[in-house]
Design a protein around this ligand. Sequence first.
Ligand SMILES: [Ca+2]
Ligand SMILES: [Ca+2]
Length: 77
Amino acid sequence: MTKITLAATAALMALALPVTAQEALDADADGNVTLDEFQVAYPDTSTDVFTTLDSDGDGVLNATEVQAAIDAGVLPG
Ligand SMILES: [Ca+2]
Ligand SMILES: [Ca+2]
């Protein structure tokens, strides 16, 4: 009974969670958005823009950096 309830709850939670911009962009689901992944969604994005968004300079965009880009109006939310 408990197992069934937990499974049902987990399923409902999965359905309720919206797909974030980060998840939509992160094609291989490794938690970071590479320039290649980014350009699949935004082919006109230059490396300069991507570098600007990559605030910690590690070469990929993490969820915080993607959210910052959305907050700044660079990406649609
Ligand atoms: Ca990725
Ligand atoms: Ca980064």
